[in-house]
Design a protein. Structure first.
Lengths: 509, 429
């Protein structure tokens, strides 16, 4: 009998192999790590401007490709995550040397190297921009691995900013993207020794995989934000902010409010104020239809993520007034078996009545016991002791006061670092407890002299280990610091623009 | 005990003894006497390991054979998969694999129409010379003094007399040699108008990579045209992105009539070579397609490997890697020349084709040994021992490149020591 020969031969394809990409990133990281601050800022600034200019384009594309969210809100996020982020951090020194005369130390920044950045389908291009600009500000190379559901818009955006970075003088290959992301590819990349740091934004499975990979990782967990409104709160303002936040990009930011915990004394008034602000209060019948639609086969219905409130209502078989921005679902008890106490990446908000701060804390802890710990919570109150007690009791690492939680916890309109990556800390299974900032992506080498006052500290003024790159810049000479000063006017205009956008989005114009 | 399944050896010494007895006494003894007691066992990427476990970074890469490193996983995968269905095939008939590879080669070799396959570079060179003779109906071939094109019937006659006279295979009446970079000598040799072809390594490798003078290759081609001769480019060491372009002749802006690629074209996984011909220089295949027969030429498993090699070479990341390597080694050696100019005096470089020049007339030999002792294997240039051939593969990572330079610097004092102890040190000084 003739031996069988296979009908078709399966050869590995280019898509199966990322070795060349990682080697290229390695060269870029090595080269970039010696750049001086002026050139680094020039590159990050050029990329931020290019990304900002395409904010609307990629907002539209992301919504089209993923069917999640709101174009206008995504545009704003893209703007904030490009120029907004750059402007926030441009004046902070992530490069050094930083001389501290009193402590007799000099600190020199050491970039992570090659960063593998996982970006989610919910905030796809915004996260690409955000992580890339952070990487560039800290002289890291970045390999972006987008969620498969958003791979086209992310790859296109990455290509655009990669070209812009090289034009501005960045080393070749400093920004690259995995075009055909898959679970095996991702697992291979995460555990590849050429990756120095994984920054994972995604579902819990991906985050745990990042930590299992053996590569240093920042994975961040899911949210499930409680928002407590006590009797001292400005109810009308609180209602407006909550609806603003819950409807922003149709609640796709993981910092969105999940359940309103209303103090008994003001619960009815708050409910009416929420109605006035655009919340449709669901009847018990509507609640059950909604429950059946949102939770299927033990999991959350992906088809509901980032959809308009009216679209969701219609899918459940009931109509809501045309001005409805969120669906408010009164629930009797805050227990894990009550579906509406869980995370909902859509404009559906639970509403529970609590007797006071202690019960609010217990309810919040109940909500976050299984999932959502270490993430975000909000409170609307004028009472500092209440705020303090709540903050110390809820399992959250950022507690936003009198502001929309979606934006405030993500650092937009608050002084937390503007971010698409929310560190959930030890209580949320993460090594990162703060909002991801450029500082997360570097280590510092510290030159340390003896404390003994008889031993003098060295004079490091004017010394730098960095070089202005020459041959890596094809077309133009690296600009000096003074070139930035000439840009000051334009910069201030851009800052004002971003500020205005932000304020209007927060309903504070 | 070293157990290799089909055979066992008790020690490396046993291998060397038996190698002297049954394989090649001269070659085996040469390395033993040179202090390089290497029997390569395991190999992976750009690392090779001696039987006794000594780890070496391979910068010899056998003239580009291991351009992609040893046992490159993609190439090994391609070969294994191909063997599920193919063997070397029947050279008489058209074949799917040979056709596909020929088409792919024609696509990446602008100006060429045919790909003729051989199992090794020497035979491919013979085919090139035969094709030139057929086309011009002339017999004589000009090559470069210290040029190197292989060891078969015609190719060996183009090279150094060391390799031809011993076998009475020199043919001074048909094969003329002129000095490299000497256009006057080249024109004088061509002017009799009886030359079939000039054969030229785009950068002469075994001669230690002397860089062609500005416009040299183009001028030789112009002279060939003037006197009715053909220009054969030997691209065995300069092709496959090693000069920064797919083919070395592209780097120098010259369009050969015939060129040859071998070694790296199949990544050290399967013996393979190709002679690229034009309609004009391949016309003999119209008259008699079986005029040159090669049973193993174009063996089909090798075609799959070569196709994969071409695919990898066309990835933008690989091109970028070559650019990075080029700049990195250029910077590193210029630093070394500044700091250790008594030992290292010059750098010959085009892409990752690199020759390191030493002050001492046998500096390359001593450097080779000092590097071997310090974990790097790079071979001196056998026709110019002042020079060390220094050949990083195109896929080498930044971390490994850095390690190579670190090790080179560590080895410099040892180079100095070996040079000082060399018997000819006084005469060289």
């Amino acid at each position: 009998m003739a031996p069988e020969t296979p009908e078709t031969l399966n050869f590995s394809s280019y898509r199966d192999t990322y070795g060349a990409m990682l080697d290229r990133a390695g060269w870029a990281a090595t080269t970039f790590s010696r750049y001086d601050r002026a050139t680094t800022l020039k590159i990050a600034g050029a990329v931020a401007r290019a990304a900002y200019g395409k904010a609307a384009h990629y907002a539209e594309w992301a919504v089209r490709e993923t069917s999640f969210g709101v174009v206008e809100d995504k545009r704003l996020k893209n703007e904030l995550c490009s120029l907004g982020v750059f402007e926030t951090y441009r004046d902070t020194d992530y490069i050094g040397p930083v001389i501290d005369q009193s402590r007799k130390t000099v600190r020199i920044a050491r970039p992570a190297g090659v960063i593998l950045a996982l970006t989610p389908s919910t905030n796809p291009v915004a996260t690409v921009f955000f992580k890339t600009i952070l990487a560039l500000l800290t002289r890291n190379a970045i390999v972006i691995c987008p969620h498969p559901a958003a791979k086209a818009c992310c790859a296109d955006a990455a290509d655009l900013i990669a070209a812009e970075a090289v034009r501005a003088g960045a080393p070749d290959g400093v920004i690259q993207v995995v075009r055909e992301p898959s679970i095996p590819a991702l697992e291979g990349l995460m555990s590849d020794e050429r990756i120095d740091l994984v920054v994972a934004t995604g579902g819990p499975a991906v985050v745990r995989a990042a930590y299992r990979s053996g590569t240093p990782s920042f994975g961040v967990g899911p949210g499930n934000g409680p928002v407590y409104v006590d009797s001292s709160a400005d109810l009308a303002a609180a209602a407006t902010r909550i609806v603003e936040s819950k409807s922003f990009d149709n609640s796709i930011l993981c910092t969105n409010e999940s359940v309103v915990l209303a103090e008994e004394a003001i619960a009815d008034r708050l409910l009416r104020a929420l109605q006035t602000s655009g919340a449709h209060v669901c009847s018990p019948g509507e609640r059950e239809k909604l429950r059946a639609f949102l939770w299927r086969d033990g999991g959350f219905n992906i088809g509901a993520i980032g959809k308009d409130a009216s679209v969701i209502a219609r899918a459940c078989g009931f109509d809501v007034p045309g001005n409805t921005r969120i669906l408010l679902v009164p629930i009797d008890r805050v227990l894990p078996e009550e579906h509406f106490t869980r995370e909902k990446l859509c404009p559906v908000l639970g509403f529970a009545v609590v007797t006071g701060t202690d019960e609010a804390i217990r309810a919040a802890r109940m909500m976050n016991r299984k999932s959502g710990g270490g993430h975000s919570a909000a409170i609307h109150s004028q009472n500092e002791m209440t705020i303090m007690t709540y903050a110390a009791g809820v399992p959250a690492l950022r507690i936003v006061v009198n502001a929309p939680c979606s934006q405030g916890a993500a650092g937009f309109g608050s002084n937390l670092g503007p971010t698409m990556t929310i560190g959930t800390g030890f209580m949320g299974g993460s090594a990162l407890g703060e909002n991801l900032t450029p500082a997360s992506l570097i280590n510092w080498s510290s030159i340390a002299y003896p404390t003994d006052p008889r031993m003098p500290f060295g004079n490091f003024e004017g010394l730098t280990p960095w070089k202005t790159p020459n041959s890596t810049i094809p077309d133009e000479q690296p600009s000096s610091v003074s070139a930035f000063d000439e840009m000051a006017d334009l910069r201030e205009k851009i800052r004002a623009l971003v500020r205005d956008e932000l304020n209007s989005a927060l309903g504070r114009t | 005990m070293f157990d290799y399944g089909m055979f066992q050896f008790s020690s490396k010494e046993e291998v060397i003894e038996k190698s002297i007895a049954c394989w090649n006494p001269g070659k085996t003894k040469f390395w033993r006497d040179a202090g390089i007691d290497l029997v390569i066992d395991r190999r992976e990427g750009y690392l090779i390991y001696d039987m006794n476990g000594k780890r070496l970074i391979d910068l010899h890469i056998n003239g580009g054979t291991f351009n992609f490193g040893h046992r490159n996983t993609e190439l090994v995968g391609a070969l294994k998969t191909a063997l599920d269905r193919f063997d070397i095939g029947n050279h008489w008939f058209p074949s799917v694999a040979r056709t596909a590879l020929a088409e792919a080669l024609v696509k990446v070799c602008p100006g060429f129409d045919y790909a003729f396959f051989a199992p090794g570079g020497a035979e491919a060179i013979d085919v090139a010379i035969k094709s030139a003779r057929y086309t011009t109906q002339r017999r004589k071939v000009i090559s470069i003094i210290k040029g190197y094109h292989g060891h078969s019937g015609l190719s060996v006659a183009t090279g150094d007399s060391r390799f031809s006279k011993i076998f009475l295979s020199d043919r001074p009446d048909e094969f003329t040699q002129v000095p490299f970079n000497d256009l006057g000598a080249m024109e004088r040799a061509l002017s009799a108008q009886d030359i079939a072809a000039v054969i030229l390594e785009t950068i002469p490798a075994t001669y230690g990579f002397p860089m062609p003078h500005e416009g040299y290759n183009r001028s030789v081609k112009a002279l060939c045209e003037k006197y009715g001769a053909l220009y054969i480019a030997d691209e065995v060491q300069t092709g496959l992105l090693r000069t920064g372009e797919m083919w070395g002749w592209q780097s120098y802006g010259v369009q050969p009539d015939i060129f040859v690629s071998a070694k790296g074209i199949s990544g050290g996984i399967y013996p393979f070579a190709v002679t690229m011909l034009t309609k004009k220089t391949g016309a003999w295949m119209e008259e008699d397609g079986a005029a040159h027969i090669s049973t193993s030429g174009g063996a089909e498993p090798g075609c799959f490997v070569a196709l994969k090699v071409l695919e990898i070479l066309q990835r933008p990341e690989v091109r970028a890697n070559v650019q990075y390597l080029t700049r990195y080694f250029s910077d590193a050696f210029h630093d070394i020349i500044r700091s250790d100019g008594d030992v290292v005096v010059g750098l010959r470089q085009k892409g990752v084709v690199i020759g390191v020049e030493f002050a001492h007339h046998e500096g390359g030999v001593h450097a080779s040994r000092a590097l071997y002792e310090n974990g790097v294997w790079a071979i001196f240039s056998s026709l110019d021992k002042r020079v060390l051939q220094f050949k990083p593969g195109v896929l080498m990572s930044s971390a490994l490149a850095e390690e190579v330079v670190d090790r080179f610097r560590v080895a410099i004092p040892r180079m100095r020591e070996l040079i000082a102890r060399a018997p000819s040190a006084r005469s060289a000084a």
